[in-house]
Design a protein around this ligand. Sequence first.
Ligand code: AMP
Length: 494
Amino acid sequence: MLEPVAAAAETAPEAVTEAAPVKFSDFGLSPAIQRALEEQGYVHPTPIQAQAIPVLLQGRDVMGAAQTGTGKTASFSLPIIQMLLATANTSMSPARHPVRALILTPTRELAVQVADNVKAYAKHTPVRSTVVFGGMDMKPQTEILRNGVEIVIATPGRLLDHIEQKNISLSQVQMLVMDEADRMLDMGFLPDLQRIINLLPKQRQNLMFSATFSPEIKKLANTFLNNPRTIEVARSNQTADKVTQVVYKVEENQKGALIAHLLRQRELKQVIVFSNTKIGASRLARALEQEGMKATAIHGDKSQQERMAALEAFKKGETDVLVATDVAARGLDISDLPCVINYDLPYNAEDYVHRIGRTGRAGASGDAISIYSDKDERLLVDIEKLIKQTIKRGDLAGFTPSSRGGEERGERGGERRGRRTEDEGRARGPRTPSAYGSAPAPRREKVDPWFLKPYEPASAAAAKPAASVAPAGGSSIIKAKPKLAFLLGGAPKQ
Ligand code: AMP
């Protein structure tokens, strides 16, 4: 269960002065929605819901600072469904079901999760919803879109494919949600977002959710939000108080052995282990499996089906350890975990906050264990500076270094040569040389077509092998050049 609203007081920003309502029935939501919430077992709104729902129902724009796991999806889905009830109907005519709300997400996993939630909340209403994302046959999505649907949850690239093929019209969109906007910018979706926004009616309600408030996010918000109410449930860069953090320093070639030791010693189940690289994630999962543990890797090179299956198995408890890269884990509804382990310290200190936010939620306690070696000292300094605390150094008593260390070093050495995060190469801004420590000049890893791909028309994409991704470019029909300067500031509000 998520943190109930009573806990909101500590984190509520000054701007929000109303006493937060404590029951869903206080929002005036339709009985059909309330019934669905009861079926979901929701009793109290979470802080973000308590603050955002009334503001959104008034029709105001909202800038929400909230991560996955705070209940943010319901905070925007419920008002959307409620407002669409005014025009909801059971007509069979597609014309009576134009797209009225568009929810954009950076990853297909997040899109699916949001869509599942929306479906559950709208199940007793005639409001239709669907999800579209890449890597899947377009035909079934096309059929649903053409039959008419009020709420569309989409990843930007696939949405543009459908727009190009005239499967969808955005001319009647009244509400736009940008979920995990910071991640969308990180992933290079800005030009795609610009194209999509250009196709929407100027008069509409806008919502933007972001876990962090970087200057780029603020500029994006200034551009497309109209006098937004800012709602914050947990300040960015703040690590959960209930999370016990510890770092262990070992030789680089002993990191895997230490993880196996900790998993065994603490009998850990339902653990996410973060790796900076796809190859590192695969190798660690394999090594843990060889040690008799139930581990799976999840990263951008895995097919959509493989990732879904891995996530499902993890949620069902069939897998104990999910080894993930940041990009693959982002947006996944995996929360309230007892323990998160960093096999590598992240290059970006902010990712440390995201990672350990998977544990210690909803007032529960959690453990965040990080492993580092000599060469990662600089990364640890960056993290401690960001979170403004010194992380406890763990005691390695009881850990016997693996004699297979040499083998591991061989593998990891190879990995270091090609060391790049999945984020690499996107618009995150220049990295300081220290972020790479003393690693030799990195070779670029194979580009992940799912995550790094800027918009490319479906037909062109289909004609190419998966790994050969076109450079950032545009749709052939949607000619608008990516006007970054326009989107990043100085532009009139839409
Ligand atoms: P989200 O941050 O939207 O991804 O939500 C995280 C999880 O919390 C999801 O599994 C939701 O179903 C669940 N959730 C959302 N709102 C509530 C609530 N008011 N009470 C209990 N659980 C909730």
